[in-house]
Design a binder for this molecule. Structure first.
Ligand SMILES: Cc1cc2nc3c(=O)[nH]c(=O)nc-3n(C[C@H](O)[C@H](O)[C@H](O)COP(=O)(O)OP(=O)(O)OC[C@H]3O[C@@H](n4cnc5c(N)ncnc54)[C@H](O)[C@@H]3O)c2cc1C
Length: 805
């Protein structure tokens, strides 16, 4: 066995083999895969092999294109067949919410170029004559879908990897991974040890156990999943061609032809079972689980209504095997928190589909330091410690049971919640807060009148009027919201200023009290992170970033400290509670609770911070506002948050203070044309495309500066624009295609209704040439094209007078 390799991949399933193949395509050939059994002997060998294009996110839709593309091409490249059947697929919609979901997803697939059609029930019958479609409203037809033989497809990727120079050791069990002083990884096996630069955990059902060796607690839960294969059926034999794969939300089942019978795969809606929660014996290999058909009864009854002919046949095979699930149903792809060059490629619940795409994008990440797609929804660091244990189990079971149901905007299902709350959770709930969770934190979306529940959907919903009121309070009087969920770090040490000037593109304040907003860029100029940086004292900084970025940004900062720099970075997220007090009367309210001067004349101007006492509580007060009004973020010790909140509410009473939630905040921020990290600002683009050059230090010297300068000189093919849309019932949510006639020329990144300016507003990336003020194009929202025009400046207070007031 080799003693040294650039990369060691642990696990030879669809994900491990997909990555190994892709690494060789990116030019790394000193790569090794270790598999304790045969290739595919985990979950891969017994999968049903369905390969769908349908998926509700833009990056995921791009990733899903890789499976069919590769599985069709591999035989010619390697001589190894993959068992590809290009029969297409249809997903059924039975109610209006599902129809809207399909329209939304169609926009995504149209944008990325995956062929799809919305088809009528009679067209569905033409494509699949065995189906009962009485209750079907519409079908989502993806003609280029299909299914493959998972074992052959994985072996073909392995063959391709070998041709590219990779080495695969089968029957070699990894028994430990250890970080050496040199920064390399030592991988121990039952056949010897290998030292490598990069180690990848692609161990499927065993990934959690392998992660524990290095202190990770991965939120991966193995779910039992069945499929049944019927005996041959005369009705299937009589078909003149293989019908499309069907996905049926009522039965929560997939159906496809298997030889001359039918394969039925139910995702039970209740009673789904997690497996192996106490650990899995390493000897589990090429094995199945005991079938539990009683759990499938309801699904199978509905399946019999959908395709009645299969009930005449015997069942020739029942497969029950483990599938890895995570709390949001997505896989874990990317760096493991806190560990340099330890990568995760695991947690996939449809890994046969996703193996090639996971491989492609993780290989890009490992080799080039960034990917060509936005990977924030895949990054393992979207989960923290809060996500493991009971939360992971409850959420994964729920995800599994909801596998074929739409994820409606605004809907945060109850399973596993609450997990991360502030001392204000109960008081705000009693005041009507309707909560959603972000990075585990419960945050009020809006405040509902007593007895009113939010009606989720893709269009404006019953929160609309209440949110309009919350916006009015902020614009005309004063609003209060709990934003404790901000990620917070302290950066200190002799070289803190120099370090931040290198990592951040903006000028870093050297004087205490200075506050700036800055992006952090990759070497290739992509926007990796964004933080508000406050100088507390000489070489002592307080950084704030998005809730979901807590571990991502921490890693980014920690891993960019040079060995010769004296810099300490501390995650203080849980130490501080944060209240945002904002609106034209916010100064009057705050002044009643503090002796500190709050006026411009006192030097407390916009983008300044002071450590002051508010109602006797020590507070870091930052004069900043994401909603574009006079206002302060008040950061206090977490245990004082309740006291501070009570004092502010009491002081604000005579000024008409009102609580507001994240829906109002989104409406207010988009009126100010403020861009958000993760939606508008992603690694795919630089400050040039984002039209944010004013945040790039002219003197340069920051990471990514050369690329920014070069793009500035050469121009870029796409630009971010701010636009208004003629829409009266639904707003852009992000991922809607932007069109010039029939031609797709861009995609939205986010949007909302601006309650103050009474416009539907959005951000979109459009091809160069369409970014000029007043340019008209169309945005297709839920299947309807709506006129839109480019705006040059914010629709609310473009000169920032209110912020400066
Ligand atoms: C019944 C069923 C039907 C399914 N149908 C579909 C479908 O239609 N479409 C689809 O896309 N997906 C489907 N799936 C899901 C799919 O099977 C999984 O998502 C996919 O196989 C996961 O691949 P993986 O590489 O992550 O894990 P695995 O295939 O489990 O591979 C992990 C590998 O790591 C090895 N390993 C573990 N520990 C060690 C160690 N210490 N040393 C060395 N090697 C180790 C294991 O032996 C294993 O081979 C189905 C799953 C089931 C159970």
């Amino acid at each position: 066995m080799k003693q040294h390799a650039r990369v060691v991949v642990i696990g030879g399933g669809a994900l491990g083999a997909g990555l190994l193949y892709a690494l060789t395509k990116e030019g790394w050939d000193d790569v090794v895969l270790l598999e304790k059994g045969e290739l595919t002997s985990g979950s891969t060998w017994h999968a049903a092999g369905l390969i769908p294009h349908f998926i509700g996110g833009l990056s995921m839709a791009k990733l899903h294109q890789e499976g069919p593309r590769l599985y069709k091409a591999l035989e010619a490249e390697t001589g190894q067949a993959t068992g590809w059947h290009g029969c297409g697929a249809i997903r059924l919609a039975l109610n209006d919410a599902e129809v809207d979901w399909f329209k939304y997803v169609k926009g995504i697939l149209d944008y990325v170029g995956s062929e799809c059609h919305l088809v009528t029930p009679s067209e569905i019958r033409d494509l699949h004559p065995l189906l009962v479609v009485d209750d079907v409203k519409v079908g989502f037809y993806t003609p280029n879908d299909g299914h493959t033989d998972p074992a052959s497809a994985t072996n073909a990727m392995a063959a391709g990897a070998r041709l590219g120079g990779a080495t695969i050791y089968r029957h070699t069990q990894v028994t430990g991974t250890r970080l050496l002083d040199s920064g390399e990884w030592e991988v121990s096996t039952d056949k010897g040890t290998i030292v490598c630069e990069h180690v990848v955990n692609a161990a499927g059902s065993f990934a959690k156990q392998i992660g524990e060796w290095v202190g990770l607690d991965l939120p991966i839960v193995n779910m039992e999943h069945h499929y049944l294969v019927t005996d041959n059926l005369p009705e299937v034999e009589a078909l003149d061609k293989e019908p499309p794969v069907i996905r049926d939300p009522k039965a929560s089942c997939y159906y496809r032809q298997e030889q001359k019978g039918i394969l039925i795969g139910p995702y039970e809606r209740a009673g789904a079972q997690a497996w192996g929660l106490d650990g899995i014996d390493w000897s589990f290999d090429m094995e199945l689980l005991t079938p539990a058909l009683d759990r499938l009864e309801t699904s199978l009854e509905h399946a019999a209504e959908r395709i009645p002919c299969w009930t005449n046949a015997g069942i020739k095979r029942v497969v029950n095997g483990p599938i890895t699930h995570t709390p949001d149903g997505g896989f874990l792809l990317g760096p493991a928190e806190g560990l340099r060059n330890y990568w995760l490629c695991c947690g996939a619940s449809i890994g046969i589909t996703q193996g090639p795409g996971c491989g492609k994008y993780l290989a890009q990440w490992m080799v080039h330091g960034q990917t060509e797609i936005n990977v924030r929804d895949m990054d393992p660091r979207r989960y923290g410690k809060w996500a493991s244990g009971d939360y992971a189990i409850a959420k994964s079971i729920d995800e599994y049971q909801q596998m074929y149901q739409p994820h409606l905007p605004g809907e945060y299902r109850d399973a596993g919640r609450p997990t991360r709350i502030t001392p204000l959770y109960e008081p705000l709930k009693n005041a009507g807060a309707v909560y959603g969770d972000t990075f585990g934190w419960e945050r009020a979306k809006w405040y509902a009148p007593k007895g009113v529940e939010e009606q989720y959907g893709f269009r404006r919903n019953n929160s609309f009027d209440a949110v309009a009121e919350e916006c009015r309070a902020v614009r005309e009087r004063v609003g209060l919201t709990d934003l404790t969920s901000f990620s917070k770090y302290e950066v200190s040490g002799k070289d803190a200023f120099a370090f931040l000037e290198r990592v951040c593109a903006n000028r870093i304040p050297a004087k205490p009290g200075g506050v700036v907003l800055s992006q952090m860029l990759t070497e290739l100029g992509g926007i990796e992170g964004e933080a508000t940086v406050t100088c507390l004292s000489d070489n002592h900084y307080y950084l704030l970033s998005a809730a979901v970025a807590e571990l991502h940004d921490l890693d980014w900062l920690v891993q960019h400290v040079n060995s010769d720099e004296e810099v300490q970075i501390k995650n203080v997220t849980d130490d501080f509670g944060v209240l945002v007090l904002t609106g034209p009367r916010s100064r009057d309210v705050l002044q009643t609770l503090t002796d500190a001067g709050l006026k411009n004349e006192d030097g407390f101007t916009w983008m300044q911070a002071r450590e002051i006492a508010v109602a006797g509580i020590p507070v870091r007060a930052l004069r900043v506002s994401y909603v574009g009004e006079l206002g302060w973020e008040l950061h206090c010790p977490m245990d004082k948050l309740g006291e501070l909140y009570d004092a502010l509410m009491q002081a604000g009473e005579s000024h008409g203070i009102q609580r507001f939630g994240t829906y109002a905040m989104n409406s207010l921020r988009i009126e100010k044309a403020y861009k958000g990290w993760g939606s508008e600002l992603t690694t795919e683009i630089s400050l040039v495309e984002a039209n944010m050059l004013r945040f790039a230090r002219k003197s340069g010297g920051y990471i990514g500066a050369d690329v920014v300068e070069q793009k500035k000189r050469d121009g870029v093919p796409i630009y971010l624009v701010y636009c208004e849309i003629d829409s009266s019932d639904a707003d852009a949510m992000g991922n809607e295609p932007v069109l010039d006639g029939e031609k797709i020329i861009g995609v939205t990144t986010g949007g909302a209704y601006g309650h103050t300016v009474k416009k539907s507003l959005a951000f979109a990336y459009v091809n160069s040439g369409y970014e000029i003020e007043g340019t008209e194009f169309e945005v297709r929202i839920l299947g309807e094209t709506r006129k839109a025009r480019v705006l040059l400046e914010a629709t609310w207070d473009p000169t920032n007078d209110r912020l400066r007031g």
